[in-house]
Write a protein that binds this ligand. Sequence first.
Ligand SMILES: [Zn+2]
Length: 462
Amino acid sequence: MSDLSAQSGTHPPDFIIVGGDVVTMNAQREVLNGGAVAVAGEYIAEVGVADEFAIRWPNVRRIDATECVITPGFINAHQHFTGDPLIRSCIPDSISSHESIFQWAIPAHEAHTPDDEELSATLCAAEAALCGATTVVEAGTVASPERVAAGIQAVGIRAALSIWGSDSDGVPHAASPAEVVARQQEMLAKFPAGGLVEGWIALVGHDLATDELLQVGTQAARDAGVNMTMHISPTPADAESYLQRTGKRPIVHFAELGILGRHLLLAHAVWLDDQELQLLLESQTAIAFCPWAYLRLGQGVTQAGRHREFWEQNGRIALGADANNSGDVADILRVATLCAGLWRDQAMKQDNFGAQQALELLTCSGAEAIGKASEIGSLEAGKQADIVVHDTSGIAWTPRGDTAMQLIWGSDGRAVRDVFVAAKQIVRNGQLTGVNLETLKTEAAKAQKALLRRLSRAGASG
Ligand SMILES: [Zn+2]
């Protein structure tokens, strides 16, 4: 899969990033001080020592990262690209999470034009990129996938993209199971695996899918060899609803339907009982953990969350930033900080979960949870060249301490200087290379006003 001639040194790489502390996240978790990353084609050709690379390849283009920290691109496994970005921080936090979703978020999605969808996705992808996220899994609430893909592609991040999938009345674009799946399969054909934007199967989830849809959706994912994602149990409401309808808790019901497995990434899974936790572990179903959402919406993660336990039993788990009204930023480093804090506080012990492990969730473990461990998640020869250079000249990095601790506890995405995805530089010196941020900001402010007017909530922005 990689350019072996470049790896073996026969041909020089296209460019080298030299001089920083390279946090490889390889199996040995090596950090190379004064390291370098050589890139050829879309791939990492070699990771090594800056001085040696300079001697070997004196004429190759160099990107100076002296005194910077170089990490793999971060993975955000649950992000709503549309709906919330244009009305970010507009949904009051004085209402319940149910009201927030059904009285605000869903009407906002319904009021979106295709232009809004592209703008919203561009804004979201831009924020993700500027904070070092190179791979983002869209959460399954997109109406115009081509327009959303155009926004993502303009910024240049890697994304898993889906389209609304529900057969429940009151959900936008609800349709019969056959129609929902046909629409999703069309998506997979348009965005095949291997591209920067890849199609996934997505269902809204919660209690907004019939058993038939859950099963045909799963079958479609299995047939196409792609992943599937959906929401479940951020609050106790989904369990109450499934108990009433089926007599079983949701994960138990899913197990009986045969829809659990390595292909499935469940967003949230906060309110689980022992049996549900065990079923997710046994089936190797993955979870996208979005702690800001649970705190911002008051969903009870500090009372009920079992994600730490899930992780301790080798559960497959990644981090998600969710929506711009449930956490409000797409800075996945901030999510990692919160995750580390919550899990350490929950355990109250001398700890095996700290900054290093949080960094794993952002990179190698996150990649594994979304089924991409062979392609991304570490800086190693043969992996895709998804690379982030963090500028450590700011006050938060002065003086320098332990790299992982300073990244997770002491910093956030604002130190991101350069970002590469499949070797293409999408952020240079803190600026997007593919999108004019000033124009984007002006358009987003204008679109927000129009959207709020259509929602009859003109006062909410001020
Ligand atoms: Zn979500």
